[in-house]
Design a protein around this ligand. Structure first.
Ligand SMILES: Nc1ncnc2c1ncn2[C@@H]1O[C@H](COP(=O)(O)OP(=O)(O)OP(=O)(O)O)[C@@H](O)[C@H]1O
Ligand SMILES: [Mg+2]
Length: 262
């Protein structure tokens, strides 16, 4: 089982879009995938066409019955949502998720819980909220890989540096506990406006600093919110669009990186 996170400590940069698409894509490719909604907004839950529920809160905080808890919180996603193939599950979220950092005594709890599913789930994708908290620390204790998401604006790049710092701190903590380092798969520039000087310059600056770690950008396109509105993946909603091409580029790179990690 591999656990991954699309992370970026800034609102509205496409974290939910990328994490839900990745989980749907993995499931449609025949894998058994799980999307963990760790955002009180419950947007990933909605994208899975499920009702918002205190799934993550119950899993981490009301986890008194050892084995029964997973059965209570794990929801199967209807095959129509992602096109079928493998299996897709979701740990839903609602506003109660906001209380997790206050109640959580053990930063390793999410990791412990997820590893209990190692026999049934191949890939876990966690959708993170924009504001860092103790929940982020727990997510980073559970993650095998991260992809940094960033826009190409001045403040986004500043947030990226902050996020990288937090991953480094998490790695320090993991190494202290004898764990493996989180793999930084890449930096994904989001909502790229091709043909604008500012974005082109910032992309070049990012590439100068991080080289091959920077993935091909996902272009700004209204096809993304339109697909989200009808709760469909981009590859069925607008298969010949630039957005779908960008997505194909993303999964090609993702597969290459995961292959390298074996
Ligand atoms: N490449 C894109 N171009 C244009 N719009 C996009 C793109 N990617 C995502 N969007 C849209 O931008 C909005 C925000 O995206 P999303 O919800 O994925 O961001 P987020 O980072 O998860 O936000 P939050 O921080 O609130 O959780 C959504 O309406 C989504 O459909
Ligand atoms: Mg989101």
């Amino acid at each position: 089982m591999k656990v991954g996170v699309g992370i970026g400590e800034k609102g509205g940069i496409g974290k939910t879009t990328i994490s839900t698409h990745l989980a749907m894509w993995l499931a449609s490719a025949g894998q058994s995938a799980l999307v963990v909604d760790a955002d009180p907004q419950g947007h990933a839950t909605r994208a899975m066409r499920l009702p918002k529920q205190a799934g993550l809160y119950n899993l981490l905080i009301r986890a008194d019955e050892e084995d029964g808890q997973w059965k209570k919180v794990l929801r199967q996603v209807a095959p129509e949502v992602y096109g079928g193939g493998g299996n897709l599950y979701c740990v839903p979220s609602n506003v109660e998720t906001r209380g997790i950092p206050l109640m959580m005594a053990d930063v390793w709890m999410l990791d412990t819980r997820l590893r209990q599913l190692a026999q049934v789930i191949h890939q876990v994708v966690i959708d993170t909220p924009p504001t860092p908290s103790l929940l982020h620390s727990a997510i980073l204790m559970a993650a095998d890989w991260v992809i940094y998401l960033t826009e190409l604006e001045y403040n986004s790049l500043d947030s990226l540096m902050e996020t990288m710092k937090h991953v480094k701190e998490a790695n320090g903590r993991r190494s202290h506990a004898g764990g493996q380092m989180i793999r930084e798969l890449g930096i994904l520039p989001m909502m790229y406006r091709a043909g604008t000087r500012n974005h082109a310059d910032n992309l070049t600056a990012l590439e100068d600093q991080f080289g091959d770690l920077v993935w091909a950008p996902i272009n700004l396109s209204t096809d993304w919110p339109s697909a989200a509105q009808v709760q469909e993946p981009i590859w069925t909603y607008a298969p010949s669009s630039q957005a779908a091409k960008d997505w194909a580029g993303f999964v090609e790179r993702f597969e290459a990186e995961m292959e390298m990690a074996r």
